[in-house]
Design a protein around this ligand. Sequence first.
Ligand code: FES
Length: 99
Amino acid sequence: MTLTSNTPLKDSQDTPLHRVLWGKKQILVNDQEPLLPQLERAGVFVEYQCREGYCSSCSLKLIRGHVMYPSEPLAWVQSGYLLACCAIVKSDIEIAFLS
Ligand code: FES
């Protein structure tokens, strides 16, 4: 499965959508809210505690793609990782859950 496509995806309100790939699963997310609630609505469980960027418990490995943070999280975000509770997905991404 590849992440790239020449056709931009949009929802019914014309909001751009991005693919989130982990393993062989894929969901579509928008850039209007953080990744965590969108994963939860898709039935994906992500460990969390604060949901505000303080604790790092929602850290996921970012294999490829881009996310941004509307405000800088207080928790340390290691290079190659993201904080799902506050990361806004800005491109198709591939993630891995920490074991
Ligand atoms: S849940 Fe605490 S930083 Fe995301």
